[in-house]
Structure formats: C-alpha cells, structure tokens
Ligand binder design. Structure first.
Ligand code: NAP
Length: 328
C-alpha cells in the first residue's frame, strides 16, 4: 500500500497518489468495461484510493463505471467528482475559450449546482460524495455564488469536502471566504510549472491541498508517446502537434536519460518529482493498464536527493515545453 497524505489542513488521509479515471472513457483509445473495473479495483488494492472522476467524463458514464467498481467496497474509496462542464446540449451555460482551440460550456449557477449534485450521487450510487469540485469557474457567475450553492450541499450532508479546479489564486481566496476549500486541481507536472508562481503559495497559506491533473503531461513525460491515433484527444493539445512534439521530445530527452541513469522509468521520475514538491501535493495519474498502476505506485518509494532535485530544475525549468496549454 502506498503512503498516505492529508487532504489539506482539515482533510482526511488519502493515498499520496490518486487515480485519474478520465482515461477510462476512450479519450486515449478504447477501454473494455471489465478491464476498466479491474483497473479501478487494482488502484484501490494499491491504496490509490483518491479516485478522480467528473460528471462530464463520458457524459456521466465514468461515474457509473466507478459505481460498479466500488459497489462492494465503498469504504475503500475516497470519491472525488466534479460538475460545471455542461455535457448535455439542452442545458444552458457560458462559453469558455480554451488554449486548445475549442470552447467549453460552463454552468456554475446555483440551480445547476444542485441538479448536478443529485445526478452525480445517483450515478455513483452513494449517499455522500467525499470531495466535490467545480470543474471550471463560470465566467458569468461570481465564484462566491457557485461555492455558496456547493456549501448548501455540505450543509445538507450530501458532500463532505469542497474543491475547485482551474482557478486563480484570487478566485480561491474569494471562494474560501464562503466555505473552506479542501483541494484545488490544476495542471502541474515537469512540463507545466506555472502553478508554482502564485497558486501554490496561496494554497499553502490557506491550508489547501494541490491535486495536479495530467501529472504525466497526459503521457508525454512517460517517454512512451511516439505518435497519436487520429481519435486520440491529445490531437487537440498543441504540445503534441506536429513540430512541437519533436521539439518537446528533444528538450525533455535529458529527463528521460536521468530516469534511465537512476534505473527508474520516466513516469516514476515525473511522479516522484511531484511528490517531492510538498506533502500537500496529491497527483492523480491515469492509466488503463494495471501493470502501469504498479509502476506508478512504486514512484512513492523513489527518493530524490537535493542534488538530483536541483538537476531536474536545471533540465526542466518552468516554461520549457513548447505549445499552449488548456488554460492559456
Ligand atoms: N480538473 C481538470 O480540469 C482535469 C483535466 C484533465 C485531467 N483531469 C484528471 O487528471 C487525471 C490525469 O490526467 P490525464 O489523464 O490528462 O493525464 P496523465 O495522468 O498525465 O497521463 C495519462 C496518460 O499517461 C499514460 N500512462 C500512465 N501511466 C503510465 C506509465 N507508467 N507508463 C506509460 N504511460 C503511462 C496513460 O496511458 P495508458 O492508459 O495507455 O497507460 C495515459 O495516456 C484524469 O484522469 C482526470 O481525472 C482533470
């Protein structure tokens, strides 16, 4: 079992590495349902109990899949889900342009917040959601209003902890005055380090955990991405597009070499580095393969000394990767 970490200043203890279940919805290639359930249950066996999903993943399907995997073992899982990306064309929302060239429809209005809660709880088949995030701030609604409606769901006993994703330091501070925030999700890895400037210091001041999404750079930092299938959703990501992929492979080659020198895999180096950035950091890598879960879990035992951490900083400083991010 992997070691535990505390979820923010007030939170429960969860596995120091969670499991990102988005990968089970076909965004990186097809997944057989029985295999998906086996993978999820193997994550729980390893103590990767901090299970991350969202209502928008597979338009509700991912939550139902998790319900099947945890049916006999609800107490083994710390269930985290999100709402706010509108996945039903009949629902209203505000357009949010992303750095990947497409827009998302976001709804953080109180009636939608409440409706989303009931839908997620039903699909997950649980009485209580352990951690419930707003997936993106709604550009047309003050964050205080969205979090106020989320706080009502804590009051009613339907949710234990509140979280936010893809927010600025200022938005977290404002939200935290309405209701304590336990965790914030933001992209953070050796190819996306902007969080270190403003957001992470603010979270530390407020006692809020940072949950890095795409901790493996969506797979890039594993060194395994050679080319992408036509239906792979990373085709949207400019960092994987054409020349940028070649440039990024060259720039990050010394990191892959460093992993080889240490006789660990590049994925383990990327995850171990994140775990060394602070006890308040709980990455959520995703994989469809149980064997890779074992590999990722083993990164919790990798010790990086100060000299190695300094070398990694030298090899992969903030801003090294070429190409816009989702939040640009
Ligand atoms: N809040 C948000 O806005 C937001 C946004 C994006 C993601 N997320 C969450 O963050 C989670 C993780 O992010 P992500 O899926 O974008 O990226 P990620 O975890 O950085 O990378 C996933 C990719 O890495 C590959 N992989 C994993 N372990 C590996 C290993 N040991 N060796 C080789 N390849 C490996 C997986 O492929 P295989 O399946 O083939 O192993 C998959 O293609 C998601 O599942 C989701 O829950 C949240």
């Amino acid at each position: 079992m992997i070691p535990k970490r505390q979820l923010g200043r007030m939170g429960d203890e969860v596995g120091c590495l969670g499991y990102g279940a988005m990968v089970l919805e076909g965004y990186y290639g097809t997944v057989d349902e029985a295999d998906a359930i086996t993978t999820l249950q193997h994550a729980l066996d390893l103590g990767m109990d901090f299970i991350d999903t969202a209502d928008a993943y597979g338009a509700g399907h991912n939550e139902m899949l998790i319900a099947k995997a945890i049916k006999q073992r609800r107490d083994d899982a710390f269930l985290c889900t999100k709402f706010g990306i509108v996945y039903d064309d009949n629902e209203p929302g505000s357009e949010l342009q992303t750095g990947w060239g497409f827009s998302l429809k976001i709804n953080g209005a109180p009636p939608y917040v409440k409706k989303s809660l009931h839908r997620s709880r039903d699909r997950l088949g649980v009485d209580v959601i352990d951690l419930w995030y707003a997936h993106y701030p709604d550009p047309s609604i003050p964050i205080e209003e969205t979090v106020g409606a989320m706080a009502d769901c804590v009051q009613s006993g339907d949710v234990r902890y509140l979280g936010l994703c893809n927010v600025t330091a200022d938005e977290v501070r404002r939200a935290n005055t309405v209701h304590p925030i336990a965790a914030v999700q933001y992209e953070y890895s050796l190819w996306r380090r902007e969080v270190e400037t403003d957001l992470l210091p603010a979270l530390r001041e407020l006692g809020i955990a940072l949950v890095p999404w795409s901790p493996l750079g969506g797979g890039f930092l594993t060194g395994e991405v050679k080319s992408l299938a036509a239906d792979d959703f990373r085709q949207n990501n400019p960092r994987y597009a054409g020349e940028n992929l070649t440039i990024n492979k060259d720039r990050f080659a010394p990191l892959m070499q460093l992993a080889e020198d240490f006789r660990i895999t590049p994925a383990q180096l990327a995850l171990a580095w994140l775990l060394h950035q602070g006890e308040d950091i709980i990455p959520i890598p995703g994989t469809r393969k149980p064997g890779r879960l074992d590999e990722n879990a083993a990164s919790a035992n990798v010790q990086l000394d100060d000299e190695t951490l300094a070398k990694i900083d030298e090899i992969a400083p903030a801003g090294l990767a070429e190409g816009a991010t989702l939040l640009d």
